[in-house]
Design a protein around this ligand. Structure first.
Ligand SMILES: NC(=O)c1ccc[n+]([C@@H]2O[C@H](COP(=O)([O-])OP(=O)(O)OC[C@H]3O[C@@H](n4cnc5c(N)ncnc54)[C@H](O)[C@@H]3O)[C@@H](O)[C@H]2O)c1
Length: 369
């Protein structure tokens, strides 16, 4: 029987996006070779600020149709602060893709690895292992998803809309509970926390009301609440008490960076954006213009996003080999840090992007499968 093959629409994008995507492709190939049983066909396309400067377009013609047909989308990073539209906003076609493909579930794992920096003195910080689940199509980014959607009243006032719909919120909360159940089966806490501001905003009251309704369908999963300001405090005070945190788009944008900082920095911040029919995988960080072109980027956020992609493809196709390849990459990151074989420059180590990638591939080749 021929091995199943999956089509991956791939955008390297801008700045360090190019380097970390190359690293991810090399690591995925190493894991695929070890595990076997599936093939991946990467289709490379242009998008981003550099492409916009060159052509006046933010994404290559035909690319939006190609991504809609692909099994998954892999992206490096998009945007450069020096390249902007006339209204002052940056080039961000990926926000449009989120909306077009309805990628409502933004999954951002936050996990402490041994020997990676821990910003909190409390020893329990070694046990941080949580997910920020960021709704990614509406909330306060609703205005940003499509250019010129902001309600511009005049040059003196601009209004951006915070939109919460029942349909998306039901799907989001169901996703949160299913994710907590999957993590519980692997030893997780089985807890979902609704992070909102339901005390003052009607939109957030709806978000919480729908959370309560959906929670009843998942009696084996504990459900709790936190206002977003208290959640910011608790992410510093006791992040080890949280499992899956589900929240509106802008809250998730901010808290996922904060949480990423707790376990090192943006170079560890992986991200999956999942909808009912499509999914996009990219590190949560940007193009890092301050270090681009110097082989200094930590590729692990992009690589761990690649592992999330393999896990997603395995789930959808019911094909264990892909989930095994994802688990192998995650185990290699864990083993690499444990043995002090992974030493990214981002954390003061001696490994640039290429050296860290090489060390991870060596760990993949050493691990038993
Ligand atoms: N999804 C995306 O593609 C995305 C996300 C965020 C920002 N951006 C864009 O990226 C550009 C730069 O934005 P920014 O500076 O606010 O955020 P950034 O994430 O690019 O950088 C923030 C800081 O983190 C560091 N950093 C980020 N990733 C790193 C890595 N892998 N290894 C080591 N250090 C890393 C950078 O050097 C910088 O000091 C902007 O144009 C912004 O719009 C794109």
């Amino acid at each position: 029987m021929p091995e199943p093959a999956f089509r991956i629409a791939t955008f390297k994008g801008d700045g360090i996006g190019v380097d970390v995507t190359d690293a991810t492709l090399a690591v995925i190939e190493a894991a695929r070779k070890r595990v076997g049983g599936f093939n991946l066909q990467f289709e490379f396309m242009d998008a981003g600020a550099a492409y916009f400067e060159e052509t006046g377009r933010d994404i290559a013609p035909g690319a939006e149709e190609t991504v809609a047909d692909a099994d998954a989308i892999l992206l490096g990073a998009i945007g450069l602060p020096t390249v902007r539209h006339a209204d002052g906003t940056e080039i961000a076609p990926h926000l449009r893709l989120r909306e077009q493909l309805q990628l409502y579930a933004g999954v951002r794992p936050v996990k402490a690895y041994p020997n990676a920096p821990q910003r909190l003195a409390d020893a329990r910080a070694r046990g941080i292992d949580l997910i920020v689940l960021r709704e990614s199509t509406e909330g306060l980014f609703y205005s940003a998803a499509v250019h010129r959607r902001s309600e511009v009243a005049s040059d003196e006032e601009v209004r951006d809309v915070l939109r919460i719909t029942r349909a998306t919120t039901e799907k989001l909360h169901d996703f949160a509970f299913r994710l907590a159940a999957k993590r519980k089966a692997r030893g997780g806490m089985g807890r979902v926390t609704c992070v909102d501001k339901a005390n003052v905003f009607q939109s957030m009251a709806l978000f919480r009301k729908v959370f309560d309704e959906r929670a009843r369908r998942f009696p084996d999963i504990e459900h709790t609440y936190n206002y977003v300001d208290a959640q910011a405090l608790d992410l510093i005070r006791k992040p080890w008490e949280f499992d899956v945190l589900v929240m509106e788009n802008m809250f998730g944008d901010i808290l996922s960076d904060l949480a990423g900082g707790l376990v090192g920095g943006m170079g560890m911040a992986a991200c999956a954006e999942i909808g009912d029919a499509h999914a996009l995988f990219q590190p949560a960080h940007g193009s890092a213009p301050d270090i681009m072109g110097h082989d200094q980027a930590n590729p692990l956020a992009a690589i761990l996003s690649g592992a999330l992609m393999l896990d997603y493809l395995g789930d959808r196709a019911g094909h264990q080999a892909l989930a095994d390849a994802a688990a192998l990459i995650e185990a290699a990151v864990q083993a690499g840090f444990e043995a002090n074989a992974l030493r990214p420059m981002e954390f003061g180590g001696d490994q640039g992007t290429k050296a860290a990638t090489g060390a991870l591939i060596a760990a993949i080749e050493r691990l038993c499968v």
